[in-house]
Design a protein around this ligand. Structure first.
Ligand code: ZN
Length: 406
């Protein structure tokens, strides 16, 4: 016998009973959303993968462009049948009012080329970019299969350029793999991201994911495209601070003002470089504050290096924590490797291996950076004023051609 039944109105049981109910409802909700996800995966596996290019019954390639009205496409599908250019399977033309019009395989398809599910954003972006090239009379093809490397390119422009429009995170190794494949096959690949771009324009700190850093290292800048706003965002003139923190210039360009080959960002102006320098000063102060929290013990390698160099955080030469193009080679914070480089008298062999990306960094690249940093130190280190240090660094960094390439 229970003194209190679990749901007795005179006990705390009511609360626990409704909590039980809520838990059951939450479990049901979770189960339902899991079912929806599984169904989506099954549908995708069955070949309901949107594509924009189809073959018509007379053998012509037909590409859905963003300027085509869904109503017009609905009329067209009554008269025309479409098949997959790759597996020849029958395709359905879907032209509703919500999603970008697209084709989908009618039946279960083992079409390996189109095995990657595409997001509505990816589809919309490709469609808009296709329209951009068409309107300008620039030869363009979508979803081009390149047999020699068994790769489907998002967009091929003219004969030699490939645009990879990437809307989901990807590994940096995959960026490197595909880029190398395209180059080996004689193409010039350009990475264009549909992932979220920095929102505010100007000289600013930006957090970069590994794949964005890889694209920046290869292309010199990161290019984003938002199909909803039809805006390109350039993140350029990038200088690394720490593993994810970079500083650079963010600028947008409306699709209608874009040209092809795509506009390239200019190097920084003197006022912009001054802003950048200011950001680096603030980051340098932040770095020393964070080291202070760890204690000022000599066992901290940063304080030990400072002590050996005879430096005080309140009275540092201008050469510590300065922007330098090749910072991508290092693993640790910019201030730390620059202190260690000075301590090592710019000799790469005397640098502790933990500060640079040992596996990927060639000795030659490291020596190059050391030579360059030594030059910047000589120029800025003993400048009589801050303004003079900025002027000298600006003249050296922004008036000569620098590169992020490794
Ligand atoms: Zn197919």
């Amino acid at each position: 016998m229970f003194l209190f039944s679990p749901c007795s109105p005179y006990s705390a049981g009511e609360d626990s009973c409704s909590a039980d109910k809520r838990r059951k409802i939450a479990t049901l909700h979770k189960f339902a959303s899991l079912c929806i996800r599984i169904r989506k995966i099954i549908l995708e596996r069955k070949g309901v993968i949107p594509i924009l290019v189809a073959r018509t019954s007379n053998g012509q390639l037909f590409t859905i462009c963003n300027s085509m009205e869904p109503a017009h496409l609905r009329v067209l599908r009554e008269k025309q049948s479409f098949s997959c250019p790759q597996c020849f399977g029958q395709l359905i033309l879907k032209a509703g009012s919500v999603r970008t019009p697209h084709f989908a395989h009618r039946h279960f398809s083992s079409c390996s080329i189109y095995s990657e599910p595409e997001s509505p954003r990816h589809l919309a972006g490709k469609s808009r970019l296709y329209g951009f090239f068409q309107e300008r009379g620039i030869p363009v093809r979508l979803e081009v299969f390149i047999p020699s490397i068994a790769q489907r390119a998002d967009i091929q422009v003219q004969d030699s350029d490939i645009l990879e429009y990437q809307c989901s995170p990807i590994t940096k190794e995959e960026i490197a793999r595909r880029t190398n494949q395209y180059e080996a096959a004689g193409f010039h690949p350009v990475w264009l991201f549909g992932t979220p771009a920095p929102q505010e324009e100007g000289i600013r700190l930006v957090r970069l994911k590994a794949f964005e850093q890889e694209a920046a290292t290869r292309q010199g800048e990161i290019l984003f495209f938002d199909p909803e706003t039809a805006l390109f965002t350039y993140v350029s003139n990038l200088y690394r601070i720490s593993a994810t923190q970079w500083a650079g210039k963010v600028k947008t360009l409306p699709l209608n003002d874009q040209v092809y080959p795509f506009a390239r960002p200019k190097r920084l102006t003197k006022p912009e470089f001054t802003e950048l320098f200011q950001l680096f000063e603030a980051e340098r102060d932040k770095f020393f504050r964070s080291q202070s929290y760890k204690g000022k013990s000599i066992s901290n390698p940063v304080w030990r290096t400072m002590y050996r160099l005879g430096y005080d955080p309140k009275n540092l030469p201008w050469s510590v924590g300065i922007p330098i193009e090749a910072g991508a080679l290092f693993r640790c914070h910019l201030v730390e490797w620059q202190l260690l480089a000075q301590r090592a008298a710019f000799d790469p062999a005397r640098l502790p291996a933990r500060v640079f990306d040992g596996g990927r960094t060639g000795a030659e690249a490291l020596s190059g950076v050391m030579r360059r940093y030594k030059k910047l130190c000589r120029l800025a280190g003993h400048a009589p004023t801050r303004e003079e240090a900025i002027s000298r660094l600006y003249a050296e960094s922004c008036k000569t051609v620098g590169t992020l390439r490794k």
